[in-house]
Design a protein around this ligand. Structure first.
Ligand SMILES: Cc1cc2nc3c(=O)[nH]c(=O)nc-3n(C[C@H](O)[C@H](O)[C@H](O)COP(=O)(O)OP(=O)(O)OC[C@H]3O[C@@H](n4cnc5c(N)ncnc54)[C@H](O)[C@@H]3O)c2cc1C
Length: 408
């Protein structure tokens, strides 16, 4: 039976990590928020291999959302980030290591299991004032009527608000209704993830091995465990995924190049098809996109959710400032501020990660040579390495107050 109409300030469609975080930021800032998602949240306490390496600016977003204390205990600090070109055999490896202490930090950030991050966010969503979580419910349509948005879920629930935000992922309905064009490409690659234990310590080091086919990355987890992200061309990945456990474990063992000693598979491999998605803009009439509704990247470089949390932090700031000034938070002029502040950061990361993914997956001699030359430059020219470190691991663009000082 359809419920009565709900009135709110903001509707957020999509309760992935980005939408959940945004809902907490906005509700804590005093907005009434309705968050919609069709997926029944999993209650599993055991982490899978799908994790997110979150940089310090993202940690500030989680602090502002009020969940960092809970999340810190399930995260593992990332003190060293290594990139190793492994395309020309063991003896010709090129290694570049970035150390957090070189730029005055104890860690670049934390590696956090996705399922546990979502669980922590959901727990707080349930107990936060001004926040209604409609779940499982799917947004099926919305229309604009002058000064408000009227949205409808599959169950017939109607919601009215000043603005609707799409954090509804790669097939975003909000993006479609708002008529925001986007470029989509299938990478023809699959990322396989799993959890491993190992006999050697990881020393809080995340290691990304660049090999033809795609990158192979292991990221530290508590004790002697690591999460693995292994990217291969789709047809090759399918062969690996069809392997029996001991065979798969051996394949992982080979690819860790002995850095972790003897490895043991601790979770079943999971697979994630990879794509490129780049929305031409972030706003429509009384609507805005954030996170994977606006941009999807390869996991190489571990930038996806970091970029998305910068979106939601900026959006929360822009809407909060507008409300303090008595402005209409769904107006074009307010939403345009959000778009202006985010476009350079988004475009540079989406384009940069796309280029890096193609270069790493490319078997052609000259592209491979160029990539190795680039890494050698980073290895040998400290100023270049420092620049790469500050731009890639400590992003300085669009510094808002949430990203820099965890205040809204
Ligand atoms: C293997 C792998 C490793 C990664 N590692 C990292 C990393 O180390 N660091 C990093 O920063 N990023 C990483 N990423 C990227 C990161 O995981 C994603 O960016 C992030 O999980 C996406 O979150 P999201 O909230 O944007 O989207 P999603 O998690 O896709 O959430 C979208 C939500 O919208 C809901 N939805 C869809 N349609 C509707 C509708 N009509 N109505 C209501 N709700 C709807 C869905 O049910 C879903 O819950 C990685 C990605 C992969 C694939």
């Amino acid at each position: 039976m359809p419920e009565e109409l709900i009135n709110a300030d903001v509707i957020i469609s999509g309760a992935g990590p980005a939408g959940l975080t945004l809902s907490l930021l906005l509700a804590r800032a005093g907005f009434s928020v309705v968050l919609i998602d069709p997926e029944i949240p999993k209650t599993d306490d055991k982490p899978s291999g799908r994790t997110a390496a979150l940089l310090n600016s993202s940690i500030n977003v989680l602090k502002t959302a009020g969940i960092w204390e809970k999340v810190q205990s399930i995260g593992t600090p990332l003190k060293i980030m290594k990139i190793i070109d492994d395309s020309a055999g063991l003896e010709n490896q090129i290694t570049v290591a970035f150390e957090a202490s070189d730029v005055g930090f104890e860690a670049f950030g934390y590696n956090i299991p996705n399922s546990l991050l979502k669980k922590a966010l959901l727990e707080n969503v349930k107990t936060t004032k001004n926040l209604t979580h409609l779940c499982p419910q799917k947004l099926v349509s919305y229309e604009i009527n002058g000064t408000y948005v009227k949205a409808r879920t599959e169950n017939g629930q109607k919601i009215m608000a000043s603005v609707i935000i799409g954090t509804d992922g790669r097939n975003s309905l909000v993006r479609k209704v708002a008529d925001i064009d986007c470029t989509i490409r299938d990478y023809g690659q699959i990322a396989m993830t799993c959890l491993i234990s190992h006999t050697k310590p990881h020393n809080f080091t995340s290691t990304e091995l660049h090999r033809s086919g795609g990158p192979f990355t292991f990221v530290p987890m508590p004790q002697n465990q690591s999460s693995v992200v292994w990217v291969e061309k789709t047809e090759d990945a399918k062969k690996y995924l069809a392997m029996k456990k001991p065979e798969y474990e051996r394949a992982i063992q080979d690819r860790t190049c002995g850095f972790l000693g003897t490895v043991k598979l601790e979770s079943n491999p999971e697979s994630w098809p990879l794509m490129y998605l780049d929305a031409k803009g972030l706003i429509g009439e009384r609507s805005a996109l954030a996170a994977e509704a606006a941009h999807v990247m390869s996991p190489i470089g571990a930038q996806g959710l970091n970029l998305s949390l910068r979106d939601v932090a900026t959006l929360a700031e822009v809407l909060t400032d507008a409300a303090r000034l008595g402005e209409d938070i769904g107006s074009k002029s307010v939403l345009a501020r959000y778009e202006r502040r985010r476009m350079v950061d988004i475009k540079s990361h989406v384009t940069g990660i796309d280029g890096l993914n193609r270069a790493v997956a490319n078997d052609k001699g000259f592209v491979n040579d160029l990539r190795r030359l680039g890494l050698k430059g980073l290895q040998n020219v400290p100023a270049l390495k420092n620049f790469a470190m500050t731009q890639g691991l400590v992003p300085s663009m669009d510094e808002g107050r949430i990203l820099t000082s965890a205040t809204l």
